[in-house]
Design a protein around this ligand. Structure first.
Ligand code: FEO
Length: 170
C-alpha cells in the first residue's frame, strides 16, 4: 500500500465529512427552493454536487492508494433556518471547518513523509480558498439585501458569488 493505514483512516473520515457537507447543502437548497428563491437554491444544489465530487475524489484516492474504503455514518443535516443569513452563515462556518480538516490531513501526511498524499491534497487547499471566499461573498450579498432577498437572488443570477468581476481573475 502506498500510504499508511492511519492516513487512509483519516481520509475515510474525510469522505464522511464531504458527504455530510453535501447533504447540508441539499437541505439548504431545498430551504431556498421552498422560499421561492431559485438562484440561491440553484447555487446550493451546485455546491451540494461539488461536495459529493470531493467525497468521490477522496474515495478514488483510497482505492488508488490500495486502501479499503469505509464510509462512516452521517448525521442528519440541519433542515430549518431562522432566515437566509443563518443558512449561509452555517455554510460559511462549514467551509472554514472543512479547511481546518484539510489542513489537518496535510499535517498528518507530512508527518508521515507521505508526499503522494500531501501532493494529492494540494487541489483541496486551492478549492477551499475559493469556497470560503465565495461563501463569505454570498454572506455579504445576502446581508446587503436585508429583507429584500429577491435582490440577492437577482444579483446571483447576473453576477454570481465570486469576489472578482468576471474576466478580472485567472
Ligand atoms: Fe469539500 Fe467545500 O469542502
Amino acid at each position: 500500500m502506498l500510504t499508511q493505514q492511519k492516513v487512509i483512516d483519516a481520509i475515510n473520515e474525510q469522505i464522511g465529512y464531504e458527504f455530510s457537507a453535501s447533504m447540508q447543502y441539499y437541505a439548504i437548497a431545498a430551504h431556498f427552493a421552498a422560499e421561492a428563491l431559485p438562484q440561491l437554491s440553484r447555487h446550493f444544489f451546485r455546491q451540494a454536487e461539488e461536495e459529493k465530487d470531493h467525497a468521490l475524489r477522496f474515495l478514488k484516492y483510497v482505492l488508488d492508494a490500495g486502501g479499503s474504503v469505509a464510509i462512516p455514518a452521517i448525521a442528519a443535516p440541519q433542515a430549518n433556518f431562522a432566515n437566509a443569513e443563518a443558512a449561509i452563515q452555517l455554510s460559511y462556518d462549514q467551509e472554514v471547518h472543512v479547511t481546518q480538516q484539510i489542513n489537518g490531513l496535510v499535517e498528518l501526511a507530512r508527518s508521515e513523509n507521505d508526499y503522494i498524499t500531501s501532493n494529492f491534497l494540494q487541489w483541496f487547499l486551492t478549492e477551499q480558498l475559493e469556497e470560503v471566499s465565495s461563501m463569505d461573498n454570498l454572506l455579504k450579498i445576502v446581508r446587503r439585501a436585508g429583507e429584500n432577498l429577491w435582490q440577492a437572488d437577482e444579483y446571483l443570477a447576473r453576477v454570481g458569488a465570486t469576489t472578482m468581476p468576471e474576466g478580472k481573475s485567472a
